[in-house]
Design a protein around this ligand. Structure first.
Ligand SMILES: NC(=O)c1ccc[n+]([C@@H]2O[C@H](COP(=O)([O-])OP(=O)(O)OC[C@H]3O[C@@H](n4cnc5c(N)ncnc54)[C@H](O)[C@@H]3O)[C@@H](O)[C@H]2O)c1
Length: 319
């Protein structure tokens, strides 16, 4: 029987949808609890509890009732949405994290996963091969909250021995779920539109290159860092991780290999400005050296896998 009892907070989001199922498969459906403010809209293979991460009392009662040991905290205001809701973004991203960190400080839970983002970097950071300790001067409230969250994680580790682990995710692309208001959402939307309409209007400019990763690799990294022995986790702010970089034009060319009549137009909006402050590529050698991280998918393998799965999914929906 698994000794772990896992709670995923924000289980219905882009990452939560995939991560909660992966954890349920690994640890068993009775050992994984998903919570969110919204109900799941697809069949689930874990226990669901409706709860806001900001409701400390209800969260505590769920944690105690299920004897939770590990919490994966995914609930957050993302980059594009956050700019229109500065106070709400700060509150969800920081107060939610503090609630969970304090449960670990009080020894109610044992281990925490909390994702940061490449949005901690800003215009003063070098553009390419950004190192672990490069300048972090973000210019979005999302980036500011992620950078503050990293400092909080490190502080709770240093001062109270809280075992919190974190990754700076790049833009994540998967076929199972839709994104929730980030700046890299185009790289998911484009696949659905390519299959349904054979054309897409992109809100980033053609040459806007960003660090990206296939969802399968993000899940691998997340479970990988949580499974590593504590002494291997030397960075307690958040680890750089990386897979590949591309711009919308390069992604469209890959998609065209499967749909020769696919066309793309560009209508950059304010999200293009947010993206312009972020790096083009990330150096993740610390994660590779410390806990053996390595991605499995390159760009063309990811595009092939997504198109295969989405074609199947849309065909099943039509039957
Ligand atoms: N998706 C990416 O490309 C990406 C990149 C970098 C970092 N991240 C980080 O990964 C984490 C998860 O991102 P995501 O893309 O899955 O986000 P998402 O917006 O798709 O999902 C967030 C989920 O949290 C839920 N939620 C919102 N408020 C809540 C609350 N008060 N209590 C409980 N649940 C609440 C939402 O209903 C949603 O299901 C976030 O911390 C995000 O900053 C994501």
């Amino acid at each position: 029987m698994s000794e772990k009892k896992i709670l995923v907070i924000g289980c219905n989001g882009q990452i939560g949808t995939v991560l909660t199922r992966a954890l349920s498969k690994k640890y068993g459906p009775d050992n994984v609890i998903g919570s969110d403010i919204a109900k799941p809209n697809e069949p689930i293979d874990f226990i669901f509890e409706a709860c806001s991460v900001l409701d400390k009392d209800q969260l505590l009662s769920i944690i105690k009732r299920h004897n939770i040991t590990d919490v994966y905290l995914l609930a957050a205001y993302l980059s594009a949405k956050g700019e229109d809701n500065i106070l709400k973004a700060w509150s969800l991203n920081i107060d939610g994290l503090l609630n969970v960190l304090n449960f670990a400080k009080d020894k109610i839970i044992k281990k925490i996963f909390w994702p940061s983002s490449i949005a901690v970097f800003g215009p003063t950071t070098p553009k390419t091969n950004v190192e672990q300790n490069a300048i972090t001067e973000p210019t979005t409230i999302y980036g500011v909250s992620k950078l503050s969250g990293e400092a909080l994680c490190n502080y709770y580790y240093q001062k109270f021995g809280v075992d919190v682990r974190s990754l700076r995710y790049p833009g994540l692309i998967g076929w199972q779920s839709l994104p929730g208001g980030g700046t890299t959402d185009y790289a998911v939307d484009i696949f659905h539109e390519a299959i349904k309409k054979k054309k897409y209007t992109c809100f980033l400019s053609a040459e806007r290159s960003l660090p990206m990763m296939y969802m399968a690799d993000a899940i691998k990294a997340t479970i990988g860092i949580m499974d590593s022995p504590s002494e291997k986790i030397k960075i307690r702010t958040s680890y750089n991780i990386s897979a590949f970089n591309f711009n919308p034009k390069e992604l469209a060319l890959e998609i065209k290999k499967y749909f020769s009549d696919f066309s793309i137009e560009y209508s950059p909006d304010k999200r293009d400005l947010l993206a312009s402050s972020w790096p083009n590529s990330i150096d993740d050698s610390c994660a590779r050296n410390d806990w053996d991280w390595a991605p499995s998918y390159d760009l063309s393998q990811m595009v092939g896998d997504i198109i295969l799965n989405l074609k199947r999914k849309y065909k099943e929906e039509l039957i």
